[in-house]
Ligand binder design. Structure first.
Ligand SMILES: [Zn+2]
Length: 367
């Protein structure tokens, strides 16, 4: 029988077969490396912003609006998914809104003990009211920084090019990423429709970010085969792969990804909602983990998938029978795979490893 990804209120005492509770996972320090800003907005904020901006929503009632925004396990069409982003984007076209949404996202993550969050978005989708890309990015960086000043969370921005938007726009966005390196931006990504829109069309953008020593990740192998992952790694220089659910279809490439410790940004609920996998039990996460791949667990879209990192980890523990030690290993992989500098990663690992029951001699203190 299909298990539900809907975990609106998992009971704190509800345990998987290894005795893990939701509250145990909630208490652990965590990361979220794959989280879309426009997919992670509070419903109450969408309603408030729409009111302020004079934007018409499909419904003003939070419960009714939910039906347009939160995907069910049996969501039948990608159209519904895309329409949900249309709603969030409709109220994310001013600096004030972008600052607020970014701030709230980081606070929501901090509330569940996410200590490091990478937020991704494409500035080109926020220009409908003539904001300039730099103004858009400034607002997001400021919102995240404000949360960082108030809460115990560090953040970084990943700028997304879009596969189905012209490559010269990706190049402009890559230039923006370069201009904001060390000023909030930690990486560059390619999102959007995978089939018929190969990453190699956007090579100029990737060459520019690589020439500027900027990290990159690509959504790949979710809606297309392993060839898309190979192209992301070998042509575009991906340092991480978003999703990679179809990596299992090419054993040789899977070994390469494993040998080079290329992290996979796994987002289980989202994979179900976008039909990256048709059934939860068919998800390759357990296979990848057992084989030794560096897997990380992330939210993708907190709103559309009605999820958090805690919910995702708890879902994985239940569905794939992970032990608490397994879950901690996955969390450590998240800290190791972040796009922070190595020195910042060492500092963060030294700070949080004891809370994860890990006391390694390595990494040693930095001079
Ligand atoms: Zn994504």
């Amino acid at each position: 029988m299909k298990k539900s990804t809907k975990q609106a209120d998992p009971a704190a005492t509800d345990k998987n077969e290894n005795g893990i509770t939701f509250d145990q996972i909630l208490a652990l320090p965590k990361t979220d490396l794959h989280c879309h800003l426009d997919g992670s907005v509070r419903i109450s904020t969408i309603i408030d912003l729409a009111e302020k901006q004079g934007v018409t929503l499909p419904d003003k009632d939070p419960k009714k609006l939910e039906k347009f925004l939160i995907m069910e396990d049996n969501c039948e069409s990608l159209e519904q998914y895309i329409n949900a982003f249309e709603i969030t984007l409709s109220v994310m076209q001013t600096s004030e809104a972008l600052e607020q949404v970014s701030y709230e996202l980081a606070c929501d993550a901090a509330d569940e003990n996410v200590k490091y969050l990478e937020v991704r978005f494409s500035p080109i989708l926020h220009t409908r009211r003539r904001l300039k890309p730099a103004e858009i990015l400034d607002a997001v960086v400021e919102g995240l920084s404000r949360a960082g000043r108030e809460r115990d969370i560090r953040t970084g921005v990943i700028i997304c090019g879009i596969r189905h938007i012209q490559p010269d726009i990706s190049l402009r966005l890559a230039e923006l990423a370069c201009a904001y390196k060390d000023r909030g931006v930690v990486g560059f990504d390619l999102a959007g429709v995978e089939e018929n829109y190969p990453a190699k069309e956007h090579l100029d953008a990737f060459q520019l970010v690589l020439d500027n020593n900027i990290n990159c990740t690509l959504h790949a192998g979710e809606a297309f085969g392993p060839e898309s992952i190979a192209q992301a790694i070998h042509r575009c220089g991906a340092h991480r792969i978003g999703h990679g659910t179809n990596l299992r279809k090419d054993g040789d490439l899977l070994n390469y990804v494993n040998d080079h410790r290329i992290p996979l940004e796994i987002c289980v609920s989202s994979n179900l909602h976008t039909k990256g996998v048709t059934r939860l039990e068919d998800h390759p996460l357990r296979l990848y983990f057992d084989y030794g791949l560096r897997v990380t667990i992330n939210t993708d879209n907190r709103l559309m998938s009605n999820t958090t990192v805690t919910k995702e980890l708890y879902l994985c523990a239940k569905q794939f029978d992970f032990t608490l030690d397994d879950i901690k290993d996955i969390i450590v992989a998240g800290f190791k795979s972040s796009f922070q500098s190595y020195r910042d990663k060492v500092r963060m690992l030294r700070k949080w490893l004891p809370d994860l029951g890990r006391y390694p001699v390595y990494p040693r203190p930095l001079p």
